[in-house]
Ligand binder design. Structure first.
Ligand code: ADE
Length: 287
C-alpha cells in the first residue's frame, strides 16, 4: 500500500469551490508573494481578503513576514488572486501541502502563476537588491524523490511524468526583460538559475561554493515545488527572485545571513518588484 497520502482532486475542488463561492471575480492570474514582498497586494483594487485559517482544508503559514491570506481583486485590468504568505517545507508541511494552493488555483480556472521570492545571491556578479528572473531551477529537495507529485497520480490534475522543459515560460522572461528596459532598470534585472534547498538554516560556505560550481545563481527555500506542481497542471509560470543577501563564498568575510535583513531588503525594493509585476500583468492583459 502506498505510504504517501496525496490530496485528492475532490479535496482540491472543494477548496476551489469554497473560495469561488465567496469572491466577486474569477481570477485568471495567481500570484505568490515572497518574504517582505507581500505589499504587492496593495496595488489590487476592489480587494477581498480571505484569511487562510478561514478556508477549510487550507494550510496556515507560520513565518514572520508572511501574512497568511488571499487577496482577490483587479490588477491592471485583470482579476487576480494573490497569496500573501506561502507554505515552506521547513514549516513542517509535506511538499504536497506546501503546493496545494497552486492546484487550487488551477481548479479555480487560473491560467498564469506569478511567483516571487527572496533569495541569496550565489552568482558573484549579483548585488543585494538585484532582481533575478528565474529561467530554470535546480530542485535539490527533489533529487531524492521528495516531490509534491510523489504518490498516486490523478490524471485530472496532470500527467504522471510531466516534463520540466520551459517550466518558466520563455516568452514571459523575454517580455520581462523589455519591461525592465522600459522601467530603466536593465542593470538590476538578471536572468538565472534558482536552487531550492529545504532550509530553515542558511547555507554553509562549502554549500555555496558547491552550488556555484553547479551553475546556481540564487538560492532560496521555496518556489521550485510550486513550479513543479504548476507545470504538472499546466499553468504558465513567471517567477523572479529578489536578491536580499550575498551568499558568502569566502571564509574570511564573516558574512551572516539573517531573516531581518531579508525582510528589510524586500521592503526597500518592494515598489520596484510591485511595478515589475504590475507591468507584466498589464502586458498579459493586452494580449
Ligand atoms: N532567502 C533569502 N536569502 C536566502 C539565502 N541566502 N538562502 C536561502 N534562502 C534565502
Amino acid at each position: 500500500k502506498c505510504e504517501d497520502k496525496t490530496i485528492t482532486y475532490e479535496a482540491v475542488k472543494a477548496i476551489a469551490d469554497n473560495i469561488l463561492s465567496r469572491i466577486k471575480v474569477k481570477p485568471v492570474i495567481g500570484i505568490i508573494c515572497g518574504s517582505g514582498l507581500g505589499s504587492l497586494t496593495e496595488a489590487i483594487t476592489n480587494a477581498q481578503n480571505i484569511d487562510y485559517k478561514d478556508i477549510p482544508g487550507f494550510p496556515v503559514s507560520t513565518v514572520p513576514g508572511h501574512a497568511g491570506r488571499l487577496v482577490i481583486g483587479m490588477l491592471e485590468g485583470l482579476p487576480v488572486l494573490a497569496m500573501q504568505g506561502r507554505f515552506h517545507y521547513y514549516e513542517g508541511y509535506p511538499l504536497v501541502k506546501c503546493s496545494l494552493p497552486v492546484r487550487v488555483m488551477k481548479v479555480m480556472g487560473i491560467e498564469y502563476l506569478m511567483v516571487t521570492n527572496a533569495a541569496g545571491g550565489i552568482n558573484p556578479t549579483y548585488k543585494v537588491g538585484d532582481i533575478m528572473l528565474i529561467r530554470d531551477h535546480i530542485n535539490f529537495v527533489g533529487f531524492s524523490g521528495n516531490s509534491p507529485l510523489r504518490g498516486p497520480n490523478d490524471d485530472r490534475l496532470g500527467p504522471r511524468f510531466p516534463p520540466m522543459t520551459d517550466a518558466y515560460n520563455p516568452a514571459l522572461i523575454t517580455r520581462a526583460l523589455s519591461v525592465a528596459k522600459e522601467m530603466g532598470i536593465p542593470d538590476v534585472v538578471k536572468v538565472g538559475t534558482y536552487c531550492f534547498l529545504g532550509g530553515p538554516n542558511y547555507e554553509t560556505i562549502a554549500e555555496c561554493k558547491m552550488l556555484h560550481t553547479c551553475g546556481v545563481d540564487a538560492v532560496g527555500m521555496s518556489t521550485a515545488h510550486e513550479v513543479v506542481v504548476a507545470q504538472h497542471c499546466g499553468l504558465k509560470v513567471f517567477a523572479f527572485s529578489l536578491i536580499t543577501n550575498k551568499s558568502s563564498l569566502d571564509y574570511e568575510k564573516k558574512e551572516y545571513a539573517n531573516h531581518a535583513e531579508v525582510v528589510a531588503v524586500g521592503k526597500s525594493r518592494e515598489s520596484t518588484c510591485r511595478e515589475l509585476m504590475c507591468r507584466m500583468i498589464k502586458s498579459i492583459a493586452a494580449e
